[in-house]
Design a binder for this molecule. Structure first.
Ligand code: ZN
Length: 180
């Protein structure tokens, strides 16, 4: 079944842009999120950020426990602890890495009705939020890997691209990134 969107893959410049705040939380945004849910469930995935479908705005959809949710203009207010866990990305299909991230975070933002939302999250939910907010900042999972692992990952990705006879991703799009 065709999904409403093709998920943008590693190498697509839109994944490296810093997204802008959502200004209006309206029917248009809700409709867009509906299409993003369809795309996410079809993969299947547990989170999808707007830049991954080519929209440069700060929101993402997620569903960890059969409860579809969206977060608009999210901000990480606090984070603490450390947690090593395997993590993948729909924009880098088929690859997973162990990544250390803060274990608990406190985030604020808005839901699709424009209500204030504040969530204390830990472990998988905290990781999901951090991953999606990274996307809003043009940061990819690869940037969270140590140098050796990232080099290995880029080699694998280049070989995958060559196998598919497509242009290899540009290495320059990965280096020199300032993390939030
Ligand atoms: Zn991702």
């Amino acid at each position: 079944m065709a999904t409403p969107y093709d998920i943008r893959l590693f190498g697509d410049p839109v994944l490296r842009k810093v997204a802008k705040d959502v200004v209006n939380i309206d029917g248009k945004l809700r409709k867009l999120c509906g299409r993003m849910f369809e795309t996410m469930y079809a993969e299947p995935g547990i989170g999808l950020a707007a830049p991954q479908v080519g929209v440069q705005r700060r929101f993402f959809v997620y569903d960890l426990d059969d409860e579809p949710n969206a977060m608009v203009n999210p901000v990480i207010e606090e984070s603490s602890g450390e947690w090593l866990h395997e993590e993948g990305c729909l924009s880098i299909p088929g690859l997973m890495w162990d990544v250390v991230r803060p274990k608990e975070i406190y985030i604020t933002g808005y839901d699709l009705d424009g209500n204030d939302v504040a969530i204390e999250a830990d472990e998988l939910l905290a990781r999901l939020f951090q991953h999606e907010i990274d996307h809003l900042n043009g940061v990819l999972l690869l940037d969270r890997l140590d140098d050796d692992t990232r080099k290995e990952a880029l080699k694998t990705l280049r070989e995958d691209f060559l196998d598919r006879e497509e242009a290899p991703p540009q290495q320059q799009s990965v280096g020199g990134l300032s993390l939030p």
